[in-house]
Design a binder for this molecule. Structure first.
Ligand SMILES: Nc1nc2c(c(=O)[nH]1)N[C@@H](CN(C=O)c1ccc(C(=O)N[C@@H](CCC(=O)O)C(=O)O)cc1)CN2
Ligand SMILES: NCC(=O)N[C@@H]1O[C@H](COP(=O)([O-])[O-])[C@@H](O)[C@H]1O
Length: 196
């Protein structure tokens, strides 16, 4: 069997998607290892999840006086040191420029809590829920996609799954179902990626 794929996971927050990936690597259902976890926010709980898993956890905050491309160049240098096969965005809440993406062509993946072509950007779950309440949609979903360029949530789709709204369901319940789907879909999609 080939060596486990090396993943560097970028986060900004709680890291529940990271935790699903860490758990899958540990139990052997994902033939990969998390080489490092990097957050742009020092307070991200996902860094604690990495430390508890014995994985290098780095905070790389974006200082105001540093412009986006200089930050992305320095970030790419840090990521490259871990010799990743894949860069996994898991709630990484910064748009990446080609200064970063150009260093890892075809190897940056992202999860987004909406279907292709819908609700790009931030707060997608809340925006989809509000659209349902206005009677505009009857389902949403989750997608995993490549991040080839500076487009937002527009890269080639690697995996997607629909999630139907349930009459009278509160936002919190819908959001919990979305996250459960994310955790499964991301691991399943990464499994297909790393096994080629
Ligand atoms: N070039 C790309 N970079 C990133 C993508 C992408 O599709 N193309 N996906 C994101 C994740 N994401 C949606 O899935 C997303 C994250 C953040 C933003 C955004 O507008 N961020 C702001 C800062 C917000 C903040 O700091 O709170 C920004 O970067 O100015 C949009 C979409 C990961 N990167
Ligand atoms: N546009 C990007 C975006 O909205 N990403 C979303 O951030 C959350 C991170 O949760 P986590 O930190 O618990 O994994 C996830 O729902 C992910 O889809």
């Amino acid at each position: 069997m080939s060596a486990p794929a090396r993943l560097v996971v970028l986060i900004s927050g709680s890291g529940t998607n990271l935790q699903a990936i860490l758990d899958a690597c540990k139990e052997g259902s994902l033939h990969a290892g998390v080489a490092a976890v990097i957050s742009n926010r020092r307070e991200a709980y996902g860094l604690e999840r990495a430390r508890q898993a014995g994985v290098p956890a780095l905070a790389v905050p974006k200082r105001k006086e540093v412009d986006r491309r200089d930050y992305d160049r320095a970030l790419a240098d840090q990521v490259a040191e871990f010799e990743p096969d894949w860069i996994v965005l898991a709630g990484w809440l910064r748009l990446l420029s080609m200064e970063f993406l150009g260093r890892f062509p075809g190897r940056v993946v992202n999860i987004h809590p909406a279907l292709p072509g819908t609700f790009p950007g931030l707060d997608a779950i809340e925006r989809a829920y509000a659209a349902w309440q206005r009677g505009e949609i009857d389902h949403s979903g989750v997608m995993v996609h490549l991040v080839p360029d500076e487009g937002v949530d527009a890269g080639p789709v690697l995996g997607q799954e629909r999630i139907d709204f349930q009459p009278g369901e509160p936002l919190e319940s819908f959001e919990a179902r979305v996250h459960e789907l994310e955790h499964r879909l991301y691991v399943d999609t990464l499994r297909r990626l790393v096994t080629g």
